[in-house]
Design a protein around this ligand. Structure first.
Ligand code: ADP
Ligand code: FDM
Ligand code: MG
Length: 212
């Protein structure tokens, strides 16, 4: 029998829902429970492509909209060989944002249909679980003001949320919505339990390709 593989778990959700907090906490919690787990944040601002994306996000650089969409996707593809290697070694990978953020943010710009937005990410490793951290705009506002990066405005974020809802209609994907208004620890416990169940379920199943 082939060796057991790790699971690919994506965290998505509105700004300040707690994706980065829960991503770190999940990897920590899984490791403490004896699992092998790694975290990747997208965009990964440390690579050359990631640095270009970062300079766009902090408004140091203006990039054309199609171009920046393709750069976000390329920033995922550059991780794919290592992601596959790790998954096949039994390491669970938690991704803080993935292709769904890619599609939702570009689609929210208004002149890009979902189908066009999805194409560059077709064939990426398909997440075994997509956790959508749901938080109302009012509760998100209580967690502080928006920063000064691109996309950080409530009107744009509302459009992003609508795009996420469209993506969630795809029943070939394992979306699970969790209530992100809980305390960090309660939410962590819920997320860890869903993650461990998924890890168990997929360990002997082949890794699939996204949107194929
Ligand atoms: P995201 O990555 O989704 O934008 P973060 O994890 O960076 O969100 O969290 C945004 C802010 O909200 C941070 O200040 C964080 O400490 C706080 N925060 C995260 N989770 C919770 C929670 N469950 N309850 C209250 N505050 C939270
Ligand atoms: N973002 C993120 C995109 O527009 N496309 C993508 O593919 C991804 C992964 O970049 F505004 C946006 C979403 C957010 C910004 O912010 C990254 P964080 O705080 O690093 O998640
Ligand atoms: Mg974050």
């Amino acid at each position: 029998m082939a060796a057991r593989r790790g699971a690919l778990i994506a965290l998505e959700g509105v700004d300040r829902a707690g994706k980065s907090t829960q991503g770190r906490r999940l990897v920590q919690g899984l490791r403490a429970a004896g699992h092998k787990a790694d975290l990747i944040r997208f965009p990964d601002r440390t690579t050359e492509i990631g640095q270009l994306i970062s300079s766009y996000l902090v408004r140091e650089k203006d990039l054309e909209d199609h171009t920046v969409h393709l750069l976000f996707s390329a920033n995922r593809w550059e991780h794919v060989p290592l992601m596959k290697e790790k998954l096949h070694q039994g390491i669970t990978i938690v991704v803080d944002r993935y292709a769904f953020s890619g599609v939702a943010f570009t689609n929210a710009k208004g002149n890009f249909c979902l189908d066009w937005c999805k194409q560059p990410d077709v064939g990426l490793p398909k997440p075994d679980l997509i956790l959508f951290l749901h938080l109302s705009p009012e509760e998100a506002a209580e967690r502080g003001n928006y920063g000064h990066e691109r996309y950080e405005s409530s009107s744009f974020q509302e459009k992003v949320l609508q795009s996420f809802y469209c993506l969630m209609e795809d029943k070939t994907l394992n979306w699970k919505t969790v209530d992100a208004s809980q305390s960090i620890e309660d939410l962590h416990r819920e997320i860890k339990s869903i993650a461990e169940k998924t890890m168990e379920e997929v360990q002997n199943k082949p890794l699939e390709e996204l949107w194929k």
